[in-house]
Write a protein that binds this ligand. Structure first.
Ligand code: PGA
Length: 262
């Protein structure tokens, strides 16, 4: 009997990289080499390049890297979820770089999640502990706090549109991670995220809520990650700027015969 799993997702977070020209070249290169697949392949370029890329893509889906918690109005420099919804289906929220550099709080992230859902965007929300929190054995506490803040006030329908990413800060390459990820190491955390969601919404929702892993994902460790049946895909940072490596990651996940198109 095959177990029902959520759809598979590979998401590239370009962060504050590329130029207008390079962004277009990169996405065209990815699209040209992408295998036929049921996997949802998402790229998240900088805001500025969303429209140009939106007009050029045929296969990949678009996501933003952040949105405002506000609907609109006098918020200089901000971009609302409603504005993004003209181009995007997804938005990354609660990324650790924003939690750390922009001092985003759980409460703010929760407001952004609600704003995104209201604008019919699917939030891709990141959770994960820092190295010192892990060393102090606070991982479960941090995950619980972050997940509970995200799901607070969401309806069952809304949580079903949300994608969760377990992305431990210690594993992110831009924070200087030299850790070679052993995917089996993060399975207890992945299970904990599911347990918290199930405790509020019932186990049944889990078959439709993708749970991704993020942090130093590359074509070198993708095979090992893909083998972990409790991980439904990956959030890729630096390697999503390399079309060859990013497509290879998709190819590796595409080998899974149980790729669902739900
Ligand atoms: P990385 O970044 O793959 O470069 O570690 C992941 C992320 O920050 O989303």
């Amino acid at each position: 009997m095959s177990i029902l799993r959520p759809r598979k997702i590979i998401c590239g977070n370009w962060k504050m990289n590329t130029s207008r020209k390079k962004a277009l070249e990169l996405v065209l290169n990815i699209e040209k080499n992408l295998p036929k697949t049921n996997i949802e392949v998402i790229i998240c370029p900088p805001f500025l390049y969303l429209e140009g890329i939106f007009n050029a893509i045929k296969k990949v889906k678009l996501g933003a890297q952040n949105c405002s918690a506000e609907k609109g109005g006098a918020f200089t420099g901000e971009v609302s979820a409603v504005q993004l919804a003209d181009f995007c289906k997804y938005v990354i929220l609660g990324h650790s770089e924003r939690r750390i550099y922009q001092k985003e709080t759980d409460e703010e992230i929760s407001r952004k999640v609600k704003a995104a859902l209201k604008a019919k965007l699917s939030p891709i929300v990141c959770i994960g502990e820092s190295k010192s929190e892990r060393n102090k054995k606070q991982t479960s506490k941090v995950i619980k706090r972050q997940v509970l803040a995200i799901i607070k006030g969401l309806s069952k329908n809304e949580v079903l549109k949300t994608i969760f990413v377990y992305e431990p800060v210690w594993a992110i390459s831009t924070f200087g991670s030299k850790e070679i990820l052993k995917p089996s190491l993060v399975i207890p955390e992945v299970r904990l995220v599911r347990k918290i969601i199930a405790a509020k919404f019932g186990k049944d929702v889990l078959k439709n809520i993708p749970l991704l892993y993020g942090g130093s994902v590359s074509s070198k460790n993708a095979k090992e990650i893909q083998k972990e049946k409790e991980i439904d895909g990956v959030l890729v940072g630096v390697k999503s700027l390399d079309a060859k490596d990013f497509v290879k990651i998709v190819e590796i996940f595409n080998k899974d015969k149980n790729v669902s198109n739900r």
